[in-house]
Structure formats: C-alpha cells, structure tokens
Write a protein that binds this ligand. Structure first.
Ligand code: ATP
Ligand code: MG
Length: 879
C-alpha cells in the first residue's frame, strides 16, 4: 500500500478526474444556498442539484469535488461503527448529460487499481450492481473485475420518489478476516451486508430514469453520473487503520483530548475509546459548521450544533475532563485541515470563542443535570423500571439544557428508554402556558375584535407640531366602547393627534392630555396603531374625561427630541455600515428609544473593532457636516429612483415617505427626525455583539447621553491614572504594560521557588522508606501547585530508584490528586493502575493509568491520609 497522507489522497482523487477533463469545484459551504429542502449539505451531489435539474448549465459538464458534508442521521453511529461521521468529506465525480456508465466504471477501476494512482489490490475489491443492470456488470467485467467479485444486490437502486433515479453500483474493500465481526455463515457477511469486514468506500449512481408521478420509469434524455467516496474511509484503507479514527484526520484531535483528560489514553478500553471518537468527530463538525456561519441555537441547524456540543461535553465528562475544553480542539482541527480548508485555521479564534461561550452556558447546569439524570436512572433501576418519564426528561431539557436526544442516548447506554410521548406532552403544556400568559398581557389582542369596526378617521400631525387641540372621537374602558371615564386605564382616539404610534422601530411618544382650563386629565403611556390605522392612545386617566370633548394634546418634547436624534442617527449608522462592510449589509431590525438606539444587521463572523470605529467616525463626520434632513412623500418607483433604502420585510403603501440626510443617505421611513444632523451633537457606539446566526447588534447613544458615556469613561481612566500614579493620563497604557511585565516576571520567580521547595520537601518524603508486605514503599502528601509537579517528583523518584512503590498525594485548588508509580522490576506483581483504583475512593475520585504510572483526581482532599493508609494495607495483601 502506498504511504499517503489524507491531503495527498484527496488531491490524487481530484487530479485523476482533472486528467479526465473534469473541472475541480471548491468545497461549498455546509449551509445550503437557496435550498430550503436541506438542513445541511449532505453529499457532493447536493451542491449540484441546479445542474442536474437543468436550471443552470455548468461551464464544464464534467466536475469533481471534495465536498464537506454533514449527516445528522448518522449521529448515533459515530464512535460505534468504524466508518460513520457527522462531518465527512465526499470525493465525487459528476457528469451532467455528458459521459455515462461505461466511462464512470472504467475510470473508477483505473483510479482504484492503477499503479500510478491508488494502486489498491484488485483482489480486495468487490462491486455490487443492480440485478437488472446487466450493462454495469458487463462494464465492470470489461474493465477487468473478476466475475466472482461482482455481486447483484436488489436494493442498488437510487430512488427518492419523483425525479431522476437509477441503478447504482457500490464498491467495497475487503479488510480481511481480521476485521470479521460475524460468523462466516452469517447472512450479513458479504460485500453489501451490515458488517465490519467489507467496507463500502464508493457509490456510483447512474441516474438514467425519471420516476414519473404515475410510478413508471421513463428513460432520461440526458443521463447523469453522480459518485461519492468517503475520504475518511479511503484514508483508513491507505493508512491501514482499524477505524477511520486511527488516521491523520483524527489522531491529533484524539491526542489533544487525551492530554486534556485526567490521564486517559486512547486504545486502553472500549468505553473510553467511544468517548474519544465522539469528541473528535463532533469537534470537526462544530468547527466547520460554525466556520460556515451557522450558530448554536434552539432550532434547525443551530440545534444540531448545540446538540453536538452538548453531546461532546457529556463524553468529555466520561474522560474526567472538567470544564470547557472543546474550544481547545478548534486549532487542532484547523491545522489538520489547513491544506484544503485554510479558512478554518484563520477563523479559529472566532470559532473557538463561540464554542467556548456555548460550553460555558451548558457547563453551568451540567453537573446538576447529570446528577438528576443519574439519580433518576438509579431510582428506576431500583424499582425495576426501564423508562424515564416525560416529566423528568422535560425537566432535564427545560432546566438543564439537555436535548431530549442526549438524555435518550445517555439512558440507552444503560438499557433505559425515554417516554417520548410524555416529553412531547410536557413541551406542549409549556407552550400553552406561555400562550395564556401572553394573552393576558396584551389587552390589545382582545380589543382587536372590538376596534375592527371602528373606522372614525384620525390624523397624525406630529411631523410638524407637538401640541394640538382636538376632539376625542372614541373611548374604550374595560374593553368596551364607552362615553366617559373618571379614572384608571383607558384607550382613546382623537380627530387629530401629535402622538407618534410605535412603528418601524421608533417607540411611541409620551405626554399629557389637558382640559380647557389647562389641567392635566390624563398621561399618555403608550400609542399603538388600531386595526384601521388610527393612533390609539393608552391613557392613565387622572380626572374625568368625556367622548366628544376637545382636549389639548401635548407630546413630551424632551423625550421626543431625544428619539428624533436617535432615529436620524440610526439612518446615518445604517449607511455607514454599508460603506464599511459593503452594500449587501442588511438592516435586520432596529429600536429607536429616548435613551439609546439599537441596530441589528446581517454580517457573518465577528466585527473587527477597527471597522466599528470606522463606522462610528463616519456617523460623527456626517453630524459635524451639518447635513439638512428633508422628507418627501412620493410613489414607490420614484422613491427607488432616488436610491432610497427599503427594507425587505416591510410592506409599503402607494404613497411612501422618504427621508434624506444631505445626499449621504435616503431611506423609506415614516418616523420622526431632526431638521439638521448637527442637532445630534455626538454619536457613540457602546456595544456590539452577535445575536443569532449571522446577525450582529449595535447599541449606541447620541447627544447628552453620548457625552455622559464618554465622561464616565474618562472618570474611570482618571481614577486608574491616579491609582497608578502617572503624571498624565496618556501614560496609563505604558504603565499598565510595565506592571504586567513585572507580574509575569514575579510569577516566573514564584514558580521556580515553588519547584525548589517541592523538591526539598520531596527529598524529605523520599527519606522515609517503609515496608508494606513485600515492598519498599515511599508515601506521603506533599505541597505542590500543579499536577505536573507530582509527575516531576515521580520522575525524580524513578531516576534515583528509591523504593519499589511510590504513592504521593497533594491538595491542589481544593481538589485531591494522587499519583502512584511502580519500579520496573516490580510491575509484574504490582500494577500502578490497580493500586490507584483501590485507594482513589478515599478521595471521592477515580483514575487509572499504565502499570508503571497512574493518576487520580478526587473531590475530597481530607481523605488523602486515608488513601496513604489504604495503599499500605493493599500492598500488604499482595504476594
Ligand atoms: P453507509 O451504508 O456506510 O452508511 P451510505 O450508503 O449511507 O453508506 P452513500 O449515501 O452512498 O453512503 O454515500 C456515499 C459515500 O459516502 C459512502 O460510500 C461512504 O464512503 C461515504 N459516507 C456516507 N455516509 C458517511 C458517514 N456518515 N461518514 C463517513 N462517510 C460516509
Ligand atoms: Mg448511511
């Protein structure tokens, strides 16, 4: 077998088909584009649908690719079979109405067996064909395959209902008798059966029929070829690996995981190995999925990512990994995949951050959840039950964030199931509760029925005036139309109103209603649009009011003016972001309040602080440029000609209002604005963060709020400067850097001293050799600050050959640590791993290791002396 790395194998496949006139297509994003039928790209052909359906004609009808793919239906197989992953790469060659079966088969055989290419042993290869597809059989034979290596299998027909379909041919590699997991006469023991010996590496689909709506199959005028070879499986063959995981694609991830675990090694026991494999697999999948712009969330793709992360964490626990760790695997994945996917390593910091925050989030409730789950399972077992009930599964989901699938798998390992129907019923109950709560909250909902027939017109005059006198036309009290009200909450409409009703992100005006004598009779606390468009005021009535009476409506001008500034600033920011990030940047929601403004926009990946600063500077520049703000009402077409920015999601009427700030920005907008940008005074961004898949959120302040923000920060800086005793605030940074350097130097010094101290202390421990049964024993607790130092002591002990057995304990950060070492000549009689298993319960912990060295961690440091005594007793009981 040629010795090739995974990158070389991937490249060899692509090069081979390039030599046959194929265009090499890049690996597309895992997030499907314009294809709502798919959650993830799950094969090479999934990215080629547009060509196969004839919607788009490719430049070259022959294409080849290595396509990253995610298959969630294989999640439960991961770690249990040798060959399944969630994320894998599918090597493929495609023909869109060009070559067909004969070429596809001939080239497949050439690639697999030619000494210039894969050079696999022909005797090891088996082909399955659809029984009626005599052409495929003949073509394989003509290519050189021995007739007894071609097997007819009934289900070799690729058919997904209506649409293109056809027979396929699968290629199996015989991994040999050593991999045989079945009896020789087992009916599944053949290429194509469910077994470990014959590995399916490649599937070639001959799509030559159209599956008609009436169930018949008509030959296609243009026949297509679509193939898929799992890269990881091919690599496992080249690298003679027991499973896909013992290859250069996974081993570095597994090794890093072992390093992070408490002394576990891969290949020692099956249960741990499954955990290692699951973690390595999921680390790749989440790294790539997040790199392609998907984000953990509670639905769709996001839920898959969340589930994979949580599943990996629970497996990490099985290996004794405390706290977040998956983020540390991201750069390892990045390095492995660097040659073909250089972006992953470049984005590694960003991806790791997202994973880390998701881990921290789950980590907070993980222990509680696992405790609950374990106690539920223990109770069940005691009572002889076999099913976790729906309420418990729901509590795990709702309170502890355990996806029900995760609970199910965890329970399954112990032969227990989950009551799915019960879980769903609990979920529904919660939804109903939420709906009822909402129903009570908004009186508006109830009133819709009442107000649907109220068509009395009401005019909004707030664009030009903030005070007006007008008659009350409608009054609602206790969800009924009424003529008067003396106090409490009521709703009212007026013939004219200067009060803005909440819309387009701008909040409603506040203010007062006055009677003729100038006394306040009501406070306006909210304004919303009624079903027929009138502004409906929510009133807090303080003196009797009557329908038909004329009142003075007075908007709170201070508040209104702050809102105007923030609204115009929002438009400036919208445009500034487009200038910095490109015109494709879309507004994804906004909130214009009195105190601040909030702006959501589409953007993949993190926002560079420098870009954010640029956008902020542009907005301020436009404020200082004193641009006049003007509005016109016009029809949609003219507005679009003016280059006005419209929102996708909004529906606009025939007449639209368009707001411009100089010639910098023009937007469709029904809201309130300043007359000149200079009124905004100052603009300051106070925060920026991601709020969902591909959406970022900026919060900013203007005018006095911006000044106050900067002033507060300046005060903090002055105070720090004072504490640091710098002459000028501008010296602060240099002083902090100097202090940091000093701290680092001191820490180094301290570590050195601790090391010296530990070795002195160790010398005194090493002085006391006792006898336990047939063995010379050194044991005791020492003071160290890291587990590493215990290991260093064990090395020193071994160098000096001081006794047969060493047992050291230490308390580190409130936890207990143990290390056991056995000299080379006594390892036959005494195994370090056995001894540590016997004594680690004393510290409420567990551990293991090799015969020469073993480690354990536990929660109970006060048990360390008991552990030492137990070691003596145990040794005395040995031969
Ligand atoms: P299997 O029966 O082994 O699950 P499949 O029939 O689902 O395979 P296809 O849909 O024909 O596989 O995909 C084509 C090729 O992609 C397979 O021959 C295999 O090499 C690879 N492949 C499919 N699923 C996975 C997976 N979950 N992990 C790794 N490789 C896979
Ligand atoms: Mg499959």
């Amino acid at each position: 077998m040629k010795e090739l790395s995974s990158s070389q194998i991937r490249q060899m496949y692509l090069d081979f088909f390039k030599s046959k006139g194929h265009a090499i297509e890049p690996s597309s994003s895992l997030v499907p584009k314009d294809d709502p039928s798919l959650l993830w790209i799950n094969s090479g052909v999934a990215t080629m649908k547009k060509y196969f359906s004839g919607q788009v004609v490719p430049e070259n009808p022959r294409m080849t690719s290595s396509q990253k793919s995610i298959r969630t239906n294989d999640i439960e197989n991961v770690g249990k079979t040798a060959r399944h992953h969630t994320l894998f790469e599918m090597l493929g060659n495609f023909s869109v109405g060009d070559y067909f079966k004969k070429e596809a088969i001939t080239w497949a055989w050439e690639l697999l067996t030619s000494p210039d290419w894969f050079a696999w042993d022909p005797d090891k290869l088996y082909m399955t064909v659809y029984p009626k597809d005599t052409d495929a059989k003949a073509d394989w034979e003509a290519a050189g395959v021995a007739p007894d290596h071609i097997i007819a299998v009934e289900d070799n027909f690729w058919d997904i209902g209506e649409g293109p379909s056809g027979p396929d041919s699968e290629i199996f590699y015989d991994r040999g008798q050593a991999f045989n997991n079945l009896a020789d006469d087992d009916p599944e023991n053949y290429p194509g059966g469910e077994n470990e010996r014959y590995l399916e590496v490649w599937n070639i689909v001959f799509s030559q029929f159209n599956h008609e709506p009436d169930g018949t199959y008509k030959p296609l005028p243009r026949k297509n070829i679509d193939t898929g070879m799992g890269l990881e499986r091919a690599v496992s063959i080249f690298q003679n690996a027991k499973t896909n995981f013992e290859t250069d694609l996974f081993l570095p991830i597994i090794e890093k995981t072992a390093e992070l675990s408490d002394g576990k090694t891969y290949g020692e026991n099956q249960e741990d190995d499954v955990a290692f494999k699951v973690i390595a697999d999921h680390a790749r999948a989440i790294t790539f999925a997040i790199g392609d712009g998907a984000m953990p969330s509670n639905e769709g793709r996001g839920y898959v990512i969340r589930r994979l992360i949580r599943r990996a964490i629970v497996n990490g626990q099985k290996l004794g990994i405390q706290g977040a760790f998956l983020d540390q695997l991201v750069p390892v994945v990045g390095k492995i995949m660097r040659s073909y996917y250089p972006d992953v390593l470049k984005q590694a910091d960003y991806i790791a951050k997202i994973i880390r925050s998701e881990e921290d989030r789950f980590g907070e409730t993980l222990d509680g959840g696992l405790n609950l789950l374990n106690s539920v399972i223990a109770d069940l077992k005691k009572q002889g039950g076999t099913q976790i009930d729906g309420a418990d599964a729901f509590k795990l989901y709702d309170t502890y964030g355990f996806p029900v699938e995760l609970t199910e798998e965890y329970a399954d390992d112990q032969g227990i199931t989950v009551d799915q129907a019960g879980f769903k019923a609990e979920m529904q109950k919660q939804k109903d509760r939420a709906r009822n709560a909402r129903g009570k909250q908004t009186a508006m909902g109830l009133q819709h029925d009442l107000l649907i027939n109220v068509k009395t017109p009401s005019e909004y005059v707030g664009y030009t005036q903030l005070t007006t006198e007008s008659a009350m036309t409608e009054l609602v009290v206790d969800d009924k139309l009424a003529d008067d009200v003396t106090s409490g909450v009521a709703q009212a409409m007026f013939a004219q109103t200067p009060f803005y009703a909440e819309m387009g992100g701008q909040v409603a005006d506040k203010g007062n209603i006055l009677d003729e004598a100038g006394n306040v009779v009501a406070h306006v606390t909210d304004v919303q649009h009624a079903p027929n468009g009138q502004n409906l005021h929510t009133l807090d009535v303080v003196a009797p009011m009557k329908k038909g009476t004329t009142y003075k409506l007075v908007v709170d001008q201070k508040f209104h003016s702050k809102v105007e500034k923030n609204h115009t600033a929002t438009h400036l920011l919208d445009k500034a972001l487009r200038e910095v990030f490109g015109e494709h940047t879309q507004q994804a929601g906004s909130l214009v309040e009195g105190d601040y403004l909030r702006f959501d926009f589409t953007h993949f990946g993190q926002v560079d602080p420098a870009d954010l600063a640029k956008a902020e500077a542009i907005v301020n520049e436009k404020i200082f440029a004193e641009l006049p703000v003007t509005t016109v009402e016009t029809d949609i077409e003219s507005a679009k000609k003016m280059g006005a920015i419209a929102l996708f999601s909004e529906k606009y009427g025939k007449v639209v209002r368009v707001v411009s700030a100089g010639d910098f920005v023009t937007e469709f907008c029904g809201g309130n604005h300043v007359k000149n940008t200079n009124e905004i005074g100052l603009f300051k961004i106070v925060s920026e963060a991601g709020v969902g898949a591909g959406v970022r959120r900026i919060e900013a302040v203007t005018s006095a709020a911006a000044y106050n923000y900067l002033h507060d920060h300046d005060n903090i800086l002055q105070a720090i400067g004072h504490d640091l005793k710098v002459n000028q605030v501008t010296d602060t940074e240099a002083r902090v850097q100097a202090l940091q350097a000093q701290v680092k130097a001191l820490q180094q010094k301290q570590a050195e001293l601790e090391g010296k101290l530990a070795s002195q202390e160790a010398d005194s421990v090493f002085d006391q050799v006792t006898t336990a049964g047939n063995y010379r024993l050194i044991s005791g607790t020492v003071q160290v600050s890291k587990m590493d130092q215990l290991r260093a002591l064990a090395d020193k002990w071994r160098e000096q050959a001081l006794s047969d057995v060493l047992v050291l304990g230490a308390e580190v950060n409130g936890k207990a640590n143990l290390i056991v070492a056995v000299s080379a000549d006594k390892q036959k009689q005494v195994k370090a791993g056995d001894l540590i298993k016997a004594i680690s319960p004393k510290i409420d912990g567990g551990g293991g290791g090799r015969p020469n060295l073993a480690q354990a961690g536990g929660k109970n440091p006060t048990g360390l002396p008991d552990a030492m005594t137990a070691a003596t007793t145990w040794l005395e009981a040995q031969d």
